[in-house]
Design a protein around this ligand. Structure first.
Ligand code: HPA
Length: 246
């Protein structure tokens, strides 16, 4: 099978309208993936859906088994992967519930299993990660957003933070000086592992909150969830346009 998968993040645990064909429980040499792989028909196309934080949303970002998830998807023949990821908006345009398609990454995570190229290899391998996202899939997302009438940000730098706590205001100031437009906790090592496996990978970021020190309201899970509810409705609409194109 050559195919498209969607990995849902916080706020996206199911796809409305997905006609489920079967649920596949996979094992991997790296342990258990976050969730079963849900094979289904959506918008007339067979796709696979999985949830990054587990079916009951109990796996925090630093505990996600990114290698198992990516390995499992590759093993069933997935070659395109759209990641849905909640972010905090740093730049002023990134207001709650907006959608953005980042084109760069700065990685601030640590101590995560971040490569397939370590044990049992016969030669050291360095992937080209100059452009961390698959530009073809990013352009498809941008075109689909246009068709869907969604005013998404079409570029931006994603700062991947360790979590699970949110950042301090000073950390966000520093991350902004580094050039980041948004922060999230799951973008790495997911993007790099996808590249190592030659999976075309792009992210649809949904702004859950203004990043620490950037908004007037104190940050709360309740506020984040309310913003994501609105943002995820747009993501669903966007995906309905992306699926037939991807
Ligand atoms: N920081 C990091 N990750 C996030 C945030 C944030 O403010 N909001 C949603 N995911």
């Amino acid at each position: 099978m050559s195919g498209l998968a969607i990995i849902g993040g916080t706020g996206l645990r199911s796809l409305n309208g997905l006609e489920i064909l079967r649920r596949e429980v996979k094992q991997s040499p790296y342990g258990e993936p976050s969730s079963p792989l849900v094979h289904g028909l959506w918008c007339g196309k067979e796709i696979v859906f999985m949830v990054r934080h587990g079916v009951s949303h109990a796996i925090p970002p630093h505990r996600v088994n990114y290698r198992a998830n990516l390995w499992a998807l590759k093993d069933i023949g997935i070659d395109k992967l759209i990641s849905i990821a909640a972010v905090g908006g740093i730049t002023s345009e990134l207001t709650p519930s907006r959608i953005a398609f980042p084109d760069q990454i700065i990685d601030y995570t640590w101590s995560r299993a971040n490569t397939f190229f370590e044990d049992g290899i016969d030669r050291v391998t360095h992937i080209d990660f100059t452009q961390p996202y698959c530009e073809k899939l990013r352009q498809t997302l941008i075109r689909a957003a246009g068709e869907a009438g969604i005013e998404a940000l079409t570029s931006g730098t994603y700062g991947a933070t360790q979590g699970p706590r949110l950042e301090t205001a000073a950390e966000i100031d520093r991350i902004e000086r580094d050039g980041c437009d948004m922060v999230g906790m799951t973008g790495m090592p997911e993007a790099a592992l996808a590249r190592e496996l030659d999976i075309c990978y792009a992210t649809c970021a949904v702004v859950a909150n203004r990043a620490a020190g950037r908004g007037r309201e104190p940050l709360s899970m309740k506020g984040i969830e309310a913003n994501l509810k609105v943002g995820i409705m747009q993501v669903q609409h966007l995906l309905e346009h992306v699926i037939p194109m991807a």
